[in-house]
Ligand binder design. Structure first.
Ligand code: ADP
Length: 220
């Protein structure tokens, strides 16, 4: 019987990364088939994922039995065993799985995965390190780089814009960033307009180049 429902994802390797990913998918209503060689991990996650199976993902017949070729999204979250990561990934590509996501633990590992033809190579530690660097340097609460140096950032408002309407503080022309939305203390997010007045305990959502958003968060 097939477990590959339309909105389901297979996650292979349920270490720290794979497990967090699988549980987050579940929390948001996606069905997850989890696969790990380690029986104790499978027991631990039993009941928390739609299906959890103890199996060696480098064996083609095992993946066939688990209907993995029928999934259109599969994440390979095996890291430390690079050989297992590569063997598993190449089987998935041979099955023509449409969207393969694979975790890389080093640049060399990532390069091999890219050469194999993996469309989404993820570097969790490298990406998290880069992300945290921006949080450490700036005074941002959260930060998401969209690409090409453009970011969405949440932060406390710099003192200079507090108590003023956005048309008055002219943030876009003076700081080169846009305050897109605002959330009052204990309130919910709403879009801003030129008459929005920023309060000291608001959280603001800023969009702009990463460098300008960072500089804006440091402005006092
Ligand atoms: P993390 O850093 O996210 O904890 P690891 O690389 O340490 O990632 O963990 C990867 C997981 O993948 C482990 O739980 C391991 O048992 C599992 N794993 C490794 N090789 C295979 C394989 N061939 N088949 C299935 N699971 C595997």
């Amino acid at each position: 019987s097939s477990v590959a429902a339309a909105d389901s994802v297979a996650v292979i390797g349920l270490g720290r990364f794979g497990r967090a990913l699988a549980l987050e998918l579940m929390a948001n209503g996606t069905e997850v088939l989890g696969i790990d060689m380690d029986e104790s991990i499978v027991q631990e996650l039993n009941g928390q994922l739609t299906h959890v199976v103890s199996a060696d993902s480098t064996r083609e017949e095992v993946l066939q039995q688990l209907a993995v070729p029928e999934f259109d999204r599969v994440v390979v979250a095996i890291g430390s065993d690079i050989q297992a990561s590569i063997l598993t990934t190449s089987l998935l590509l041979r099955f023509n799985v449409a969207h393969v996501w694979a975790k890389a633990v080093s640049d060399a590992h990532g390069t091999i995965l890219e050469q194999l033809g993996v469309s989404h190579v993820i570097y969790p530690e490298k990406e998290m390190g880069r992300r945290v660097a921006h949080l450490v340097r700036g005074s941002m609460q959260d930060y998401l780089e969209i690409g090409d140096g453009f970011s969405l950032v949440t932060m406390a408002p710099p003192a200079g814009i507090v108590g003023k309407a956005l048309c008055e503080s002219r943030v876009r022309s003076t700081a080169g960033v846009t305050i897109t939305a605002v959330r009052p203390h204990n309130g919910t997010w709403t879009h801003t307009d030129e008459n929005t007045v920023i309060a000291a305990d608001d959280t603001i959502l800023v969009s702009g180049s990463t460098a300008k958003a960072e500089a804006f968060s440091l402005r006092r």
